[in-house]
Design a protein around this ligand. Structure first.
Ligand code: AR6
Length: 198
């Protein structure tokens, strides 16, 4: 299965096999994860993720802010979606939101302290990334799902989010270039900094 040769920076000749080429491509193309302070409505991206509820008909927190910014056409499209299961994700257009083309609505778990919380929260991130892949989005901005009204502890939520996104990126390569994790509250940003600095 030899496809050719390349010389590495140390002058060694490497045999390129199909699996090596695929690995190099995925490494080159792996999207960059940035943790930023502020609202998901600030960065210019292809898709923003909404931390919604099972009805998908709006609410408080970031959901309320997204519906206010997008305008009533968003609610009209959401009404056609028949709600969304916890851990799943569904896409709509972004309407009056000028910083994004699409909105990916996902529903985080209400924190209960049971092991299912982690599984459902992780599924929110991976289902949203699956949706972004289907949509052809090249950049995605996430809020900190479930850490507001739904009461998920910040350190565990940051760990679940980062590992879920990183594992998904290791398994997929395509047009996704940038993933932003938007920390609206300082405490959310601080939890990520603790996680990264160890
Ligand atoms: N603008 C931007 N980000 C915000 C805003 C805002 N105005 N408010 C909160 N965040 P949350 P959840 C951030 O509570 O915990 C809704 O009523 C917040 O700091 O919005 O998943 C839904 O309809 C955090 O980073 O969502 C559901 O019923 C992130 O948004 C329920 O809340 C998520 O916090 C979902 O609860």
């Amino acid at each position: 299965d030899c496809l050719g040769f390349m010389i590495n920076p140390w002058g060694q000749k490497l045999v390129l096999e199909k699996s090596t080429v695929q690995m190099l491509k995925s490494y080159e193309r792996r999207a960059h994860i940035s943790i930023i302070r502020g609202s998901v409505l600030e960065p210019h991206v292809s898709a923003i993720v909404n931390a919604a509820n099972n009805s998908l008909l709006g609410g408080g927190g970031v959901d309320g802010a997204i519906h206010r910014a997008a305008g009533p056409e968003l609610l009209a499209e959401c009404r056609t979606l028949n709600g969304c299961e916890t851990g799943a994700a569904k896409s709509t257009k972004a309407y009056n939101i000028t910083t994004a083309d699409d909105i990916i609505h996902t529903v985080g778990p209400v924190y209960s302290g049971k092991p299912t919380d982690r599984v459902q929260l992780s599924s929110c991130y991976t289902s949203s990334l699956d949706e972004s892949f289907e949509n052809g989005n090249d950049s995605v901005a996430f809020p900190c799902i479930s850490t507001g009204v739904y009461g998920y502890p910040l350190d565990e939520a940051a760990h679940v989010a980062l590992t879920s996104i990183a594992n998904w990126l290791d398994d997929h390569y395509g047009i996704l270039k940038n993933v932003y994790i938007c920390c609206f509250r300082d405490e959310e940003y601080e939890a990520y900094m603790r996680l990264i600095k160890g």
